[in-house]
Every structure is written in C-alpha cells, then in structure tokens.
Design a protein around this ligand. Structure first.
Ligand SMILES: [Zn+2]
Length: 398
C-alpha cells in the first residue's frame, strides 16, 4: 500500500530503526526492491534521484511505481531524491511522489536556508514532507562524483538544530563521514556527531546518504546513534551486475538482477532493523488518498470558444502543484443536462485546498470560466473502493 511518508519515518524514529530508501532506474529494480521488502516484511521507500532521470522516462516509471506501491502487501512511500529546483519539485508533486528532497548543501548557509524554506512551504502546501541537507556529502565514484564534487564537510549539531527550525524541513540528511558511491579506502564514521544531532533533534528523522561499502556493524552503530532513513543505490547496482554477469541472455540477466536486488534489500532491512515492521508501520501511516475533483456545467450567454477555453484550462491548471491528472470533455449525448466536464485528480486533500486558493486558478476561474459557465455542479470525491483498478474478468477466475 502507498502510505504517507512522514508517518512512516516517524514510526522509525519512535522505534529506533532505519527504513531503506532504494534508488531505482527501471521496473526490474522496482520489482526487486518491493520483492525484498515483502520478504523482509519491512516498510520501504522507493527512491528516484533527479540526476538519474535523464536515463528513463520519469512519468512512465513513476506511474509503474505508484501502481506497484498501491498493490504491495507492505507499506511503501515514493521519494524524490536530490531535487535541485522548485520547478522540479512541483513536477514531482504532479507525478505522484509522496516525499521530496531539496539539496542546497553545496550553497552558502543563507542561500541553503532560503531555498529549503521555499521548498518546505511548497511540499507542505500539498501535504508532503521535505528532506533537506546540511554539511556536504561528496561523491567518490562514477556519476555521483560528477554531481557531488569536492570534499566532505561535516554537519555541526548546532547548525542542524538551527537549520531545521529556520527552514521547517521535516527530515534532515546529515554528513557524518559517508560518501556517495563507493568509498576509496576505509569509511570512518563520526557516530558521536550523529548522536549529538539526534539529541538536539529528538523527533526529526535523520537521513544517511551513501551507505554502500559500510560493514553491518557500522550500519548497526549508525542506526543506534539515530539514523532513520538510509539511501542505498550503488550496492544494489553492484549485486545486480554480478548476478547478471552469470548469464548471456538479457531476459535471464534481468531475472537474476531482480533476484539479487531482492536479496540485498532483504539483507539490509534486517541489518537496519526494518524487517518485521511492515504491519506496525503500516497501521501508523495513513494511506495516500488522492481526491477526485469533478465539475459538470453548461455554457451561458456569450460563451467563448469551448475548445480554446478547455485547452487553456488544461495548460494553466495542469501546471499547478499536486495536480496528478486533468482533463476536460464534452458529453457523448446531444441532450445531456450538463454537456461539459472538468475532471481532476489531486495527490492529496491538501493539494486540492492549495489549488483552490492558488492565484493562477482563481484568475482562470474568475476571469475565463465562471462568468460563462451558466449552471455548474462541483463535487470532490474521496475514492473509497476499487482505487481505479479493474476486477479480473469472470472467465479467467477458475
Ligand atoms: Zn544522496
């Protein structure tokens, strides 16, 4: 089931364990992560990193992730990792992510605070939590090194507390000695620093980026010192590559990679203390419930070109945060009592509230739509049954 991400991490804080946030690139990785979480009976975060989104069609992969999460037997949230701009975060709210990250850790303090504050306001307006980062976690290998150049800068406990208070971010990624990608040499973790940050921020989920290459004992120590979300990517790709290399054909490689990912997810969920928590975490986290917003109407006197109006509305309203889907239509029958339709899906009830008061919406509604929409009915629906999915056809039910 697809659940509220913040409630999931709050469960991890309260029960002192860490949930894996596994970065995926395709549906093979998606399936592998969910299989592993299911075997571990663990809550899980499917994560997609902005720097990877030039490798696949993001909307298609997100649609698959939302569908797979909704039907998964364990609680799942979908995280947008290392967002760089507010526009990209708006897009993420439209695609179905259930938590967002803004990464201003390369900026000066004041700039990072300003950017993170705006990102938190955006996320909260549509009912989602925001992760932010202070200190600097560099990349040591591959693409991560290009995207995270430079040297490590540790997070100061004082800074961490001030940063969360000033920005309103919900989760904090801290720099305590890990790196993105694979370590060159021995990883040295500053566990006292992490514990000190935990003491200053007792209810803020703390995030570790760059988990690959740590020993199980180091992971256990991180969790004991206060880690609640561990980002994991490089090791997943490595185990998948090793498993796939045993085969020549791509179809066999794909299945081997999926199985290797599932086993690595199972293993890490056990080490991080998330295994066996699915039921408890799931009952602590409400399901993500999109809202259907439906308007049927007639045109009155002086109505403008209907097709142009609908096109403008879809373009204007469809670009706002938290709008998952928008469409306009015309009745199939000639004498329908209300011949015109708007139908929209909002990611959350908060997203609909935000939409109502958004100036772009008000400008369109007051200036272009309402003056000519003679009679109209507007209803918001919470979906209680079916979740948009069809039942299995009778002839195949044996
Ligand atoms: Zn990271």
């Amino acid at each position: 089931m697809l659940v509220a991400a913040n409630a999931l991490l709050q469960h991890a804080v309260a029960n002192r364990y860490a949930i894996g946030a596994y970065d995926i690139l395709d549906t093979t990785m998606l399936e592998g992560v969910l299989l592993g979480a299911q075997r571990a009976e663990a809550p899980v975060l499917i994560s997609i990193a902005e720097l990877h989104t030039d490798q696949f069609d993001e909307a298609t992969l997100l649609a698959a992730a939302v569908e797979a999460a909704a039907t998964a037997p364990v609680p799942v949230a979908i995280h947008y990792d290392h967002g760089t701009t507010l526009d990209r975060l708006v897009r993420a709210t439209q695609l179905g992510y259930t938590s967002l990250m803004i990464d201003g850790s390369h900026l000066e303090w004041a700039e990072n605070v300003a950017l993170t504050r705006r990102a938190a306001a955006l996320a909260h307006a549509v009912g989602l939590p925001l992760e932010a980062e202070i200190g600097y976690i560099p990349g040591e290998e591959g693409k991560d090194a290009e995207h995270h150049p430079g040297a490590i800068r540790y997070t100061e406990p004082d800074e961490a507390e001030t940063f969360v208070r000033e920005t309103g971010c919900d989760w904090l990624a801290v720099s305590i000695g890990t790196v993105h990608g694979r370590f060159r040499g021995e990883p040295r973790l500053d566990l006292e620093r992490l514990a000190a940050i935990r003491t200053r921020l007792p209810s803020t989920p703390l995030v570790i980026h760059g988990g690959t290459g740590l020993a199980d004992e180091q992971f256990r120590a991180l969790v004991a010192a206060g880690a609640n979300k561990i980002n994991y990517y490089t090791a997943l790709v490595e185990v998948a590559s090793q498993a796939a290399a045993q085969y020549r054909r791509w179809d066999e490689q794909r299945l081997a990679a999926r199985e290797a990912i599932a086993e690595e997810v199972l293993r890490t969920c056990r080490v991080w203390g998330a295994a066996g928590r699915a039921e408890a975490a799931g009952s602590a986290a409400p399901r993500i419930a999109p809202v259907e917003h439906v308007i049927v109407h007639r045109w009155g006197e002086g109505a403008p070109d209907v097709a142009a109006m609908q096109r403008e509305g879809v373009a204007t309203l469809g670009s706002l945060p938290g709008v998952r889907r928008i469409a306009a239509g015309v009745a199939e029958t000639a004498n329908a009592p209300y011949p015109y339709l708007w139908t929209m899906t909002f990611a959350t009830p908060e997203a609909l509230d935000h939409f109502r008061t958004h100036p772009d919406h008000q400008r369109f509604a007051d200036g272009r739509f309402r003056p000519f929409a003679a009679e109209r009915i507007t209803i918001d629906f919470r979906l209680t049954e079916g979740n948009g999915r069809c039942a299995t056809p009778k002839s195949s039910q044996r």
